[in-house]
Ligand binder design. Sequence first.
Ligand SMILES: CC(C)(COP(=O)(O)OP(=O)(O)OC[C@H]1O[C@@H](n2cnc3c(N)ncnc32)[C@H](O)[C@@H]1OP(=O)(O)O)[C@@H](O)C(=O)NCCC(=O)NCCS
Length: 221
Amino acid sequence: MTEENVSRLDYVRWWLAVMPARLRAAWYLRGAKKVGAWPGVGGRPCVEATDLEIGDAIKIWSTHRRTLISGWGRIRIGSRVFINSGSMVFSVKEITIGDDVALSSEVYITDTNSHGVEGRDPVVAPVRIGSGSWIGTRAVILPGVTIGRRVLVAAGAVVSKDVPDDSLVAGNPGTVVRTLSYPPGCLRAWHDDTCSCAALLAREAERARHDEPVVASANRT
Ligand SMILES: CC(C)(COP(=O)(O)OP(=O)(O)OC[C@H]1O[C@@H](n2cnc3c(N)ncnc32)[C@H](O)[C@@H]1OP(=O)(O)O)[C@@H](O)C(=O)NCCC(=O)NCCS
């Protein structure tokens, strides 16, 4: 489509597509201390955390199950983070989620066991999730766990110990299944058309096409 073809109608269509999520974000994230640019909210999440800061372009879905972000602890969520329906982030101390992190449906992240065992106080310890990590459906991240960068937590994993960068962790208790290797430019564990490595690979392919030696093109025809 050329630039001249972009009409006022296209702008209105875009506005209608984008604005409901923006308006919901303004309402449901109103209690956060800080929310970056271009937040989007689908459905009706329950966001009642009292020390919450969020980066740019966050997306929070709360459709078939309600998403909960709660507690009086310090919750810091980076930019371009996606939180899917039914996920729960509950903090009484500190939960830090880096940039480009995806929480699939019904992920549970907490920095407190809420109750102690054998007469002891409950375990309360900060949780950190490194940038680019993808937390699979119904995974549980327990208090004190640090998950590295570009980690893939498989569906249903119960992560009770730290996980190094670039690894796949699965099972209960979660164990590292293997180390992950990514193409250059890849910032996150899940891959799709919006991935930085996809853009990079496409650019490289395009460059290769244009730099193709003349003799090779001549041979082809
Ligand atoms: C982890 C996952 C993405 C598969 O990644 P993958 O790189 O293709 O991994 P593989 O299939 O090679 O699995 C590697 C090993 O981990 C095991 N594994 C994979 N997922 C597992 C899971 N959820 N629980 C337990 N073990 C699992 C595999 O059985 C395999 O074990 P093996 O080496 O003994 O055969 C996928 O299993 C998964 O959990 N998907 C859920 C994604 C999700 O939540 N999507 C929601 C939309 S955002």
